[in-house]
Design a protein around this ligand. Structure first.
Ligand code: SF4
Length: 374
């Protein structure tokens, strides 16, 4: 698991079980619809897909949507995967579908983790962002019940203009809710997500430093999505701290092969995961993408085995080659552990190989040539 070669097998697979959802979230990647799409992968298609996923050195599997609970067979699919030995977690929407029965069933079939979205420390901010009143209270009640069931809980938060000024309160709430992981997404302007709702590059940097400091004092893990440059900030801080104590540190090899080992302290994926590089997304109809935020289709699992698409498609191969990235990411000494968000590069420039548009860092190779920095 921890030495896997991302050219061969992903670290994590995200499967959008359905696009149907009762919420109308402002940033929704999937532009979710109220009704289920008749073209969705069937239960039989899903079993075949799970077999293929398992063969890829058994990566983690996440059920997303839409709302996975809009599929009546969600727990049959989950049970099939768990019985095979796959670690499955799920990110349902906070709707009345989150019943006690649903949570008990999740526990019974052996789901590893239940993830909820919380985008504000109170109902006013969260419900506005999620486009539905009552979502915050429903989430709080469900979390209480999940604790009674001893089900590990993950919270997903999208950082945007709407909650940037409330991050301290957010962190306090995550701690109070006794979650195992805080998964922090940084907005990518795709689907319903809009550029005007994004925080600035400097605010990204400030948030990374704040997250790093937070990670040292809280009991829960922190992971970021669409913010690969958080890894750069963690590494820079670790190096500074080690240097301050007089400890020597050899990080150059680690940066080149992408395995940050003990120096990054990220505690999650041991190597920098990026779109198409350790990460793969399967849509509700079986289309395969490097990420749910990078809408370039590389194949369909009904026609081609997932492993073949992941290993051999041109877009996936390009994405796994940070030396070919354009602009400053392509020459940055952190490109193998960071590489910037390929989804954001695509959303903002139309080219997934372009530089991350929201990174303030100037790579060493470009120092003194500031005018040429992209
Ligand atoms: S320039 Fe690109 S590779 Fe370097 S730290 Fe920024 S986003 Fe990462």
């Amino acid at each position: 698991m921890f030495n896997r070669d991302y050219n061969e097998n992903p670290f994590i697979v995200i499967w959008e079980l359905t696009r149907a959802c009762e919420l109308k979230c402002l940033h929704c990647r999937a532009e979710a619809q109220y009704r289920r799409d008749p073209r969705e992968l069937s239960f039989e298609d899903g079993k075949k897909l799970i077999d293929d996923i398992y063969e890829m050195d058994n990566p983690m599997l996440v059920f997303t949507g839409g709302d996975p609970l809009m599929r009546p067979d969600v727990f049959d699919i989950a049970e099939y995967a768990v019985k095979k030995g796959v670690r499955v977690s799920m990110t349902p929407s906070a709707t009345p579908n989150v019943t006690k029965e649903a949570m008990e069933k999740a526990k019974e079939v052996g789901l590893s983790r239940w993830a909820f979205s919380l985008d504000g420390p109170n109902a006013a901010i969260h419900d506005h962002f999620r486009g539905t009143s009552g979502s915050f209270d429903l989430t709080m009640n469900a979390i209480k019940y999940l604790h009674e069931l001893n089900m590990p809980i993950q919270i997903n938060t999208v950082i945007s203009r709407y909650n940037y000024d409330h991050l301290d309160e957010m962190a306090a709430l995550i701690e109070e809710l006794d979650c195992v992981l805080w998964s922090v997404f940084f907005l990518v302007p795709t689907g319903r997500g809009q550029e005007k709702d994004m925080i600035t590059s400097v605010e990204h940097e400030k948030t990374f430093k704040w997250l790093y400091d937070l990670s040292k004092r809280v009991p829960f893990d922190i992971k970021t999505t669409a913010a690969q440059h958080y890894r750069r900030v963690v590494i820079q801080n670790k190096i500074r701290e080690k240097q301050a104590t007089g400890e020597g540190i050899n990080y150059k090899d680690a940066l080149m092969n992408g395995t940050t080992g003990q120096i990054d302290g990220l505690g999650r994926a041991p190597k920098g995961v990026n779109d198409g590089n350790g990460f793969v997304f399967i849509s509700h109809i079986g289309d395969v993408y490097p990420s749910g935020l990078l809408p370039i289709k590389a194949g369909n699992v009904k026609e081609t085995p997932l492993g073949e698409i992941y290993r051999e498609s041109e877009v996936f191969q390009n994405l796994r080659n940070p030396d070919a990235y354009k602009g400053k990411c392509g020459v940055c000494e952190f490109r193998h552990v960071c590489g910037g968000s390929r989804s954001r590069a695509y959303a903002m420039t139309g080219d997934y190989m372009e530089s991350e548009p929201y990174c303030v860092y100037i790579p060493k190779a470009l120092r003194g040539k500031k005018k040429n920095v992209v």
